[in-house]
Design a protein around this ligand. Structure first.
Ligand code: DAH
Length: 358
């Protein structure tokens, strides 16, 4: 028994893999293994011999069994360690990228400009608000002082949602502008308030300068004595940061149902040589609608117009993206043409900053 112990224990300890261990197990304690055979010989012993040898053989069998189990676990641990060190990966290395040596995906100009606007307005204390794209006609029209049969409803080329037969509530619409978010924000937060709302809007219109889905950014600031002067300052500050050059604005008297007084805002530009240059020259380009929030609109939002007043504006994100990045055709924005996306897209790892992209 001592011979068997000194033979097998070192062999088990030195085994290189599971197959070698299995061979040793069979040779020692398998059916025809040496220890098993020795156990079988117990029958030929005298009763005294058997009493002494039996327990010792059993103990030897147990000892070998647990030595094999321990070695097996050690081998598995070593194999895992080897795999872990072999398959180790430095996740901080830059990506290999595609054939062009840069990341294949890119950020769409609309997303880029959306983020740039958010960064600039956030710096002026505006928070981002959101609302649904499928909107009730109350939020999209009535609450904004556009009652039923008001000509502005017809002008908006609204997409109406279908209602089930027999349901004669007014249909929901695909929001035609981001202005309904003004109402939702007033209801949710009350006054004072400073929000912007970038988002998708929809109108049944399609040509070189119109797509049925496009993007707007709405602004709203409500306080006790907010005036048109604050509006003009905020917009000039915005355009100067956005275009990276001092941009003059021109306010033209206009009309919107939800503001009083209302103004359309133009930015200074030149059209020389067939290209638009913002911030220079003597020409003007219309970029947004704005005004002082109409008392009826404040009321619809649950705000007392005798205590509070504010300004609002709405502008096209796609429009100012075209201007800033020299993109000629609006329709191409939504064609998903890979060549266009590679040309006008932005690096996904370049986070828009206050003056980014200039
Ligand atoms: N909602 C208008 C539109 O879609 C844009 C607009 C004009 C928004 C004046 C405003 C505003 O907040 O004050 O054409």
């Amino acid at each position: 028994m001592d011979e068997l112990r000194t033979k097998y224990l070192p062999l088990i300890d030195a085994a290189q893999d599971e197959a070698a261990l299995e061979e040793l197990r069979l040779a020692a304690i398998g059916k025809k293994g040496e220890v098993s055979l020795a156990m079988r010989s117990l029958g030929k012993m005298s009763a005294e011999e058997r009493q002494e040898a039996g327990p010792r053989l059993n103990a030897l069998k147990d000892e070998i069994t647990s030595a094999i189990a321990a070695k097996k676990a050690a081998l598995a641990d070593a194999a895992l360690d080897a795999r872990l060190s072999e398959e180790w990966l430095d996740v901080t290395l830059p990506g290999r990228g595609g054939a062009r040596g840069v990341a294949e995906g890119s950020v769409h100009p609309v997303s880029q400009v959306w983020e740039e606007c958010t960064a600039i307005f956030a710096d002026m204390g505006f928070r981002v608000a959101e609302g649904p794209q499928v909107e009730s006609d109350w939020y999209n029209f009535d609450a904004l002082n556009i009652p039923d049969h008001h000509p502005a409803r017809g002008e908006m080329d609204t997409f109406y949602m279908h209602r089930a037969d027999g349901d004669d509530r007014p249909p929901h619409v695909l929001r035609t502008h981001t202005s309904p978010v003004q109402i939702r924000s007033m209801q949710e937060h009350g006054a004072p308030l400073r929000i912007i709302c970038p988002g998708r809007v929809y109108r049944a219109d399609f040509d070189q300068t119109h797509t049925p889905m496009f993007h707007q950014i709405e602004g709203l600031a409500i306080g006790r004595d907010i005036s048109m002067a604050n509006l003009k300052w905020v917009l000039e500050e915005f355009f100067t940061a956005f275009f990276g050059t001092k941009v003059k604005t021109r306010f033209r008297a206009s009309h919107f149902p939800f503001t009083e007084p209302s103004a359309e805002v133009d930015i200074q530009c030149s059209f020389e040589g067939g290209t638009v240059k913002v911030g220079e020259g003597d020409d003007w380009l219309e970029v947004l609608g704005s005004g002082m929030v109409h008392p009826d609109v404040l009321r619809a939002g649950g705000i007392d117009p005798d205590e509070w007043q504010g300004f609002a504006f709405g502008m096209g994100i796609d429009r100012i993206a075209m201007l800033k990045y020299g993109i000629p055709d609006l329709r191409a924005f939504f064609d998903s043409d890979l060549r266009w996306l590679r040309h006008y897209g932005f690096n996904a790892l370049q986070v828009p900053t206050l003056r980014g992209g200039v």
